[in-house]
Design a binder for this molecule. Structure first.
Ligand SMILES: NC(=O)c1ccc[n+]([C@@H]2O[C@H](COP(=O)([O-])OP(=O)(O)OC[C@H]3O[C@@H](n4cnc5c(N)ncnc54)[C@H](OP(=O)(O)O)[C@@H]3O)[C@@H](O)[C@H]2O)c1
Length: 150
């Protein structure tokens, strides 16, 4: 199995690459930010098409909370735009996407991980990575919702 991982130099992405490659023997394609800027739609489409993955795991994020609040346009491009580009590329290639999200999408008014999951109610602009799958034209988006460590 070949898995395309975004954000592979980051905390979550690097651990995912380790697990996929070393524990499960998967073929991992993980172009760095310097090679594939996820805000560049054409670049993302080409990179995904060229690597012919069986699945994509999207673990990239512009991890700069204060800067996100200051520069909403860049925040939108880095979160919503990048996620759209990844999912558009996945749709074009016909492969599923796993989106690594965050519990920052909730406002703390509901207990953690209830079922069904409530609508997102972020209290900062950081967790923009958690739209409905229909936003990106996907039939399904698998979300890996991790709890923030602190
Ligand atoms: N860490 C946690 O404890 C935790 C907990 C819950 C949820 N999460 C979620 O897990 C995801 C990843 O978090 P993380 O902690 O692993 O972040 P991180 O360590 O800051 O890694 C972010 C990764 O994304 C890449 N990246 C950023 N912008 C990019 C762009 N425009 N194009 C291509 N690559 C880009 C970065 O590459 P460069 O450094 O080269 O820019 C880096 O590899 C996020 O959605 C986060 O909400 C993390």
């Amino acid at each position: 199995m070949r898995i395309f991982v975004t954000g592979a130099s980051g905390f979550v992405g690097s651990n995912l690459v380790h697990v996929f490659r070393d524990r499960h023997g998967a073929d991992v394609v993980a172009p760095g930010h310097e090679h594939v800027d996820l805000t560049d739609a054409a670049l993302v489409t080409r990179a995904v098409a060229a690597s012919r993955p069986d699945a994509i795991v999207h673990a990239a994020i512009w991890n700069a909370p204060a800067a996100l609040e200051r520069d909403r346009a860049r925040a939108w491009a880095g979160y919503v735009g990048a996620t759209r580009n990844v999912t558009d590329a996945a749709n074009a290639a016909g492969v599923p996407v796993v989106l690594v999200s965050t519990d920052w999408v909730f406002d703390g008014e509901s207990p953690p991980a209830p079922a069904p999951v409530p609508a997102p109610a972020p209290i900062t602009c950081a967790p923009l990575t958690t739209p409905a799958p229909s936003t990106f034209g996907l039939d399904a988006m698998f979300m890996l919702l991790e709890r923030n460590a602190g």
